[in-house]
Design a protein around this ligand. Structure first.
Ligand code: GLC
Length: 516
């Protein structure tokens, strides 16, 4: 275990994801922006996060709300300017907050000048920057791959003008870049350099597994077709050399710049490969725990998998909510569970990724059909953050999506901050307790075996520093017997902090304990 001083920042950091459209709106047009984010940095410093990850704010026609990029090296006017971005980075750095941005290497927008040129003729300079195939004699698409966000639509669109199909794993407006072409790789490296030179501390690499497709683009096995990205649009042998070159580029900069991959493969063994024993990406998301039900046995299994598969390869990550999935407050159905669940992300060994609004206990918004805007059905988790009480919640007249439930009934940042018993204060206490404990930040981990049904507990250790974290998933109280005397440092219910641990755990609750 590296000492505090030589451990890279991204191993100890708590990272907070911001979806810029929904975070805070400085210009009052109903869509969040970079100045809005800058105006809310006090909230983040007070909360105690170490880094922010910004979802895309680049120029985009917004077919996929920014994940369709038409200029990788500029800020969309909806969000501000490059100068606004520089100011935001400078202010974050002044506060000791690192800045991670999204990098979307697998596909551009169909409005990107590269694709506009590519589709202009078969001989165009950028033609091979995308993936084109000849029509088949029977008129069927070139292979059986299916596009995301569709009811089994092909991942191919026939370009009538030039008579060939182009590949898009997502919308037809998001043509896949051809990573087999060295100029594409070089251009996407230039994008990394552009932002590294502007001072960003790292990147979240969008659908990173998709930049390593089998070059022959063979059909997927029938049974894999319904499972997104499970087939031959990811081949580790193709991907890994590309990841190594990305790693080398980042590591050539000072300051421990980092890439966290969105490796959207629901198999922890596959995710582990992307670390490539320190030569691949620095961190990777691992989504199976995000899809775990509120069940101690399933969670135990997920944690065991991470210890067995990821930890030998690299540093784990934990995430429960993001802009693509129903918030865990909604999935796990109660605030008690949401409060307990954050002890998993923040208490398990690895880098926690929090999603803006989870510290307010936000649920997904109910979006009526006439307000649905996302082709992937993810509007609910992207509802705007209510900063102040009704009526405007710190926004202009009407934000782009409806408010989350109970925003008018006190579920806003200002009201929760005035209430020391709120989930917001719990998050703050938990992050402070984590930061104060070397064991919690980066210590070793041992899952405890002799725990009652419905309880998952583990010990974290760094030198003399020890903590036990326990999560009770059960609907009834449970008794946790521990050797020695322990003091309750933080509880999800807020009751009994600073007092001796009696062994009793409330239903749907969690604790951090320190030796008495
Ligand atoms: C990733 C993003 C998602 C986006 C998709 C296509 O999964 O998280 O929001 O729609 O990639 O870029």
């Amino acid at each position: 275990m590296p000492s505090d001083d030589d451990r890279p920042w991204w191993q100890g950091a708590v990272v907070y994801q911001i979806y810029p459209r929904s975070f805070a709106d400085a210009d009052g047009d109903g869509v969040g922006d970079l100045e809005g984010i800058r105006s809310r940095l006090d909230h983040l410093s007070w909360l105690g996060v170490d880094a922010i990850w910004l979802s895309p704010f680049f120029r985009s026609p917004m077919a996929d709300f920014g994940y369709d990029v038409s200029d990788y090296c500029d800020v969309d006017p909806l969000f501000g300017t490059l100068e606004d971005f520089d100011r935001l980075v400078a202010d974050c750095h002044d506060r000791g907050i690192k800045v991670v941005i999204d990098w979307v290497p697998n596909h551009s927008s169909d409005q990107h000048p590269w694709f506009q040129d590519a589709r202009s003729s078969r001989d165009a300079a950028h033609r091979d920057w995308y993936v084109w195939r000849e029509p088949t004699p029977d008129g069927a698409p070139p292979n059986n791959w299916v596009a995301a966000f569709s009811e089994a639509e092909p991942a191919w669109t026939l370009d009538e003008a030039t008579g060939q199909w182009y590949l898009h794993l997502f919308l037809p407006d998001q043509p896949d870049l051809n990573w087999d072409h060295p100029e594409v790789e070089a251009a996407m490296h230039d994008v990394l350099r552009f932002w590294l030179d502007r001072g960003v501390d790292g990147f979240r690499a969008d659908v990173l597994h998709a930049i390593g497709k089998d070059p022959d683009l063979p059909d997927d096995a029938e049974e894999l077709i319904p499972i997104p990205h499970s087939g031959l649009n990811h081949v580790p042998e193709v991907t890994l050399p590309r990841l190594r070159r990305i790693r080398e580029l980042l590591d050539s900069y000072d300051g421990d710049r980092m890439v966290v991959g969105e490796v959207y493969l629901l198999d922890t063994a596959l995710v582990a490969q992307y670390y490539d024993d320190g030569r691949g990406i620095h961190l990777s998301f691992n989504f199976p725990p995000l899809y775990a039900p509120w069940d101690a046995g399933v969670w135990r299994h997920r944690v065991d998998e991470v210890e067995r598969l990821i930890t030998p390869a690299g540093w784990p990550t934990w995430v429960l909510s993001n802009h693509d999935n129903i918030r865990h407050r909604s999935r796990y159905t109660s605030e008690e569970r949401a409060r307990a669940a954050v002890f998993l992300t923040v208490g398990l060994q690895g880098t926690p990724f929090l999603y803006a609004g989870e510290e307010l206990g936000l649920e997904d918004a109910v979006v009526p059909p006439e307000r649905v805007v996302d082709p992937g059905g993810r509007d609910g988790c992207r509802a705007p953050i209510p900063w102040t009480p009704a009526p405007d919640h710190g926004w202009g007249p009407e934000p782009w999506l409806p408010w989350p439930p109970h925003a008018d009934a006190g579920r806003d940042a200002e009201t929760l901050r005035a209430d020391e018993g709120s989930i917001l204060h719990l998050y703050r206490r938990l992050l402070a307790a984590r930061r104060a404990s070397p064991a919690m930040v980066a210590g070793g981990q041992r899952v405890l075996d002799d725990t009652p049904d419905g309880v998952l507990a583990w010990e974290r250790t760094a030198g003399d520093d020890r903590r036990v974290v326990a999560v009770c998933f059960a609907a009834a109280p449970a008794e946790l017997a521990l050797a020695g005397d322990w003091v309750v440092e933080v509880t999800s219910t807020g009751a009994g902090e600073g007092e001796p641990f009696t062994g009793s755990l409330d239903p749907d609750s969690a604790v951090v304990l320190r030796p008495a």
